[in-house]
Design a binder for this molecule. Structure first.
Ligand code: SF4
Ligand code: SF4
Length: 466
């Protein structure tokens, strides 16, 4: 059995005020009986150290919302209410629940438990309108995550052959293209954000620990960052390739921003990069309205890896599509179907990015047809950043972030990825999929709300044609 890929979490709390969902208030009628201390297994209730006869203020940070202390207090002295600040953070996509969950996962690498069950709606937009088939969960003894079988989260980047050709003597004559293996289907991408060197270094070190790569603008690669060149993917415009020879020489992967000129002669561009080294090329294509057309043409012209870049909420970024634009789930499905129809799906690796905010989004994007994903905002939220969507996108960085030891920031991202790795293993185990590569386009393992809604109620509510 191959050695298991493992991400080791360690506690890395930040000394900052998180915004938590509930506030617990102890009323004046508390008789300091201490029953709440006994019933709360998360130790949210304690006595005051200076006067143990009295109760200290509840520690909301550790509360998991089970409501047990509220129910069991003999005086009804505890009150739980929604924290106003909590309702104001995030937005329709980056919901407060997602932000809080990311903060908690970054603290210690554990998968957060809600404690009070799931009380939200059963469908929503984007990935929330998609469920995965967990039928294998009924056979836990076969489940690899409990040690019996190996679940491989590894993926590879590059073009693959859809068949091999042998000569009449049985000798292989196909040239097998070069690929790069990653043990985990996530790349880091900070191209959209201006970050301090301290933060960039911490993110890059985390990429190195979990054995992935960081996409970063080539102009931001300083000598300090170059030390980790194995984990750096320099990102640049095709017109700047010759200006950055020294950095490109060390890169295993190079990310180039898409331009329409590429559709005419992509091979020439690849040759230009190969002049500097033998790196594989990622073309970063914005998720515009006709993105499947662009991806199909680029693939026919020899593109080996294509990153689909949706906006930060996972929406199409075409100006004209406005709010009605497609979401990442539908964009990736459309691209995958187009490549399958054209019989060129294996020729290219698809990276889905923009709006990947939770562990479950990774296997869901892959079931829709991507080979792997790239993330940005979750890395920043792990460092304590608050996200606001309204009235416009705003990221608020915690004060003093640059004074926090880089080791701690790195560990927080490692913790987040450790928690995501555990959740992805759980999902794959429950789906009976032991190889992450097999997730790609396996839409039979997913249930799409729009489809079952149409199948179940479409006939009933369809307007009669007259
Ligand atoms: S159980 Fe109620 S009355 Fe007893 S200490 Fe806790 S809050 Fe006070
Ligand atoms: S609601 Fe549950 S987790 Fe929260 S403080 Fe009360 S007993 Fe503890």
């Amino acid at each position: 059995m191959p050695k298991k890929y493992h991400i080791t979490p360690k506690p890395a709390p930040l000394d900052m005020d998180y915004v938590f969902k509930f506030t617990i208030v102890r009323g004046e009628n508390c008789i300091n009986c201490g029953k709440c201390i006994k019933v709360c297994i998360y130790e949210a209730h304690k006595r005051r150290t200076d006067d143990p006869r009295k109760m200290a203020d509840p520690n909301t940070v550790v509360c998991r919302n089970c409501f047990r202390c509220i129910q069991e207090c003999p005086r009804g002295a505890l009150e739980k209410s929604i924290n106003k600040d909590y309702s104001n953070i995030g937005g329709a996509f980056w919901k407060p629940d997602i932000l809080m969950s990311l903060w908690k996962q970054a603290e210690d690498g554990n998968v957060p438990v809600s404690g009070a069950g799931y009380r939200g709606p059963f469908t929503g937009i984007g990935f929330d309108s998609m469920w995965t088939d967990m039928s294998e969960i009924v056979r836990p003894t076969r489940d690899g995550i409990h040690g019996r079988e190996y679940i491989n989260t590894g993926v590879d980047l590059g073009s693959k052959l859809n068949h091999l050709t042998f000569d009449s003597n049985g000798q292989l004559i196909s040239v097998v293209p070069e690929t790069i293996d990653l043990p985990f289907p996530i790349l880091f991408d900070i191209t959209a954000y201006k970050l301090s060197l301290h933060v960039k270094e911490a993110i890059l070190k985390a990429a190195s620990v979990i054995q992935t790569c960081l996409i970063i603008p080539v102009t931001e690669i300083t000598p300090e960052l170059e030390k980790h060149s194995d984990n750096i993917i320099p990102s640049l415009a095709s017109t700047d390739i010759d200006k950055h020879e020294a950095i490109l020489k060390k890169a295993r992967l190079v990310a180039i921003d898409y331009s329409d000129a590429m559709l005419k002669d992509f091979q020439a561009l690849k040759e230009k990069i190969k002049k500097h080294n033998h790196a594989l090329t990622i073309v970063r294509v914005p998720a515009v309205k006709n993105v499947e057309e662009i991806v199909a043409k680029l693939t026919q012209n020899g593109a080996e890896i294509i990153q689909i870049v949706a906006d930060y909420r996972g929406q199409e970024i075409n100006e004209s599509s406005g709010k009605d634009g497609r979401l990442l789930k539908d964009i990736i499905r459309a691209i995958h179907s187009r490549l399958v129809e054209d019989k060129i799906r294996d020729s290219v690796t698809l990276v889905a990015s923009g709006g990947i905010g939770m562990a479950e989004h990774v296997p869901k994007a892959m079931l829709c047809g991507s080979d792997l994903t790239a993330i940005d905002i979750p890395l920043l939220v792990a460092l304590g950043v608050r996200v606001f969507e309204e009235p416009q996108k705003l990221l608020v960085f915690p004060e003093g972030l640059d004074k926090i030891p880089s080791r701690k920031l790195t560990q927080r991202i490692v913790n987040l990825m450790g928690a995501w790795h555990s959740q992805i293993l759980e999902m794959m185990g429950a789906m009976g999929i032991r190889e992450a590569r097999r997730l790609r386009g396996e839409s039979g393992r997913a249930i799409f709300f729009e489809e079952i809604d149409r199948e179940s109620f479409g006939k009933l509510f369809k307007k009669e044609k007259r």
